[in-house]
Design a protein around this ligand. Structure first.
Ligand code: SF4
Length: 333
């Protein structure tokens, strides 16, 4: 295993692998840790304010707990909190490489950022291209998994979420990840289709709730579109790595996201949308634009700390699904 490089968000993982390093998405490590609450408390003891997003605190603690020697901090196109977090981690002895997605979404500055990252990690560009081709095989299999979710209804919303969200670092080992994916796809092919339910799109950053998808299924709805998680999997079939990361909507303005969501609404025959927002996250403001621009009912929910869906949110989700059912004229009991 090459030296571990922590990721604060999705970046061109091809470059990390081409350098012979092992990528580790710090968000996924935080949320799947046995006690994510403790990680948040540790960060608060270290001085992180209560009114700061839980993901930032989780990333801080997990980096130190795991002795991650180097991180790539996305300081442009993701979150301004990461800029300050990176400086604190630097002070704690962690090597920080900064990566900025250019707000302009222009090719040249993005290519410049990628070249800087390659130089910082010592990854030859020819090797980056070789890794891109290798990963595109896995990315195509993820597209298949996604289609099996919304076309053939054989994959649950949670399964879809899990595979797509972990494609940010391919669980640190693309070969093992691909084997797990192959096995899953062959098992899914033998499954019957899931029962009819309200078809939902999930918008926004991945949920901090542990049982959101399960809860939705218990009230007769299924997520068949995980917007941002799907973006992490880069389902674009671009023949050039710069184009691939230009196509990626998450770090840029809302326009690209809206086009992507509108397409999904039609293609996946969605009945409604859930916009997840993280407490204390600036991205909550996008709720205004999503609501004003999309042609379906949107329920906005908010999560703060890791754990199960709270009772208030549970009631709101159930009522929303019920409203959608009445709206579509479906008699479901
Ligand atoms: S949820 Fe929002 S505030 Fe928290 S790390 Fe992500 S972008 Fe930043």
């Amino acid at each position: 295993m090459g030296s571990i490089v922590g990721l604060t968000s999705t970046i061109p993982v091809e470059i990390v692998l081409a350098a012979g390093c092992t990528p580790l998405d710090l968000n996924n490590i935080f949320i799947t840790s046995p006690a994510p609450d403790k990680l948040i408390q540790q960060a608060e003891h270290a001085g992180f304010a209560h009114n700061l997003c839980a993901w930032i605190k989780g990333i801080y603690s997990v980096t130190l707990e795991r002795n991650i020697p180097c991180i790539i901090a996305v300081t442009g196109g993701d979150c301004s909190n990461t800029t300050a977090l990176a400086e604190v981690l630097e002070r704690r002895g962690v090597k920080v490489i900064r990566f900025d997605f250019p707000l302009s979404r222009d090719r040249e500055p993005l290519r410049g950022q990628m070249e800087n990252l390659s130089q910082a990690l010592g990854a030859p560009w020819s090797e980056v291209e070789r890794v891109r081709v290798r990963l595109s095989t896995i990315r195509r299999k993820l597209q298949k998994l996604d289609r099996l979710t919304y076309e053939e209804n054989r994959v649950s919303g949670f399964e879809n979420h899990l595979f797509l969200v972990t494609s940010s670092d391919f669980k640190s080992d693309p070969e093992a990840y691909e084997k797990e994916l192959d096995l899953f796809l062959s098992e899914v092919a033998k499954r019957p289709s899931l029962e009819d339910s309200m078809r939902l799109g999930y918008l926004g950053v991945p949920p901090i709730f542990s049982d959101l998808y399960e809860y939705l299924e218990s009230v007769g709805a299924r997520v068949v579109f995980n917007e941002v998680q799907r973006q992490f999997s880069m389902p674009f079939d671009e023949a050039d790595i710069v184009d691939q990361y230009l196509h990626y909507t998450y770090p840029y303005g809302i326009r690209g996201r809206l086009d992507d969501i509108r397409k999904a609404i039609k293609e996946r025959k969605l009945d409604g949308l859930i916009h997840y927002t993280q407490t204390f996250c600036f991205r909550q403001i996008y709720d205004i634009l999503l609501r004003e621009s999309l042609p379906l009912p949107v329920l906005t929910i908010e999560g703060d700390k890791p754990g199960k869906v709270d009772s208030r949110t549970a009631i709101r989700l159930e009522t929303f699904v019920e409203m959608l059912r009445m709206r579509t004229g479906d008699q479901w009991f």
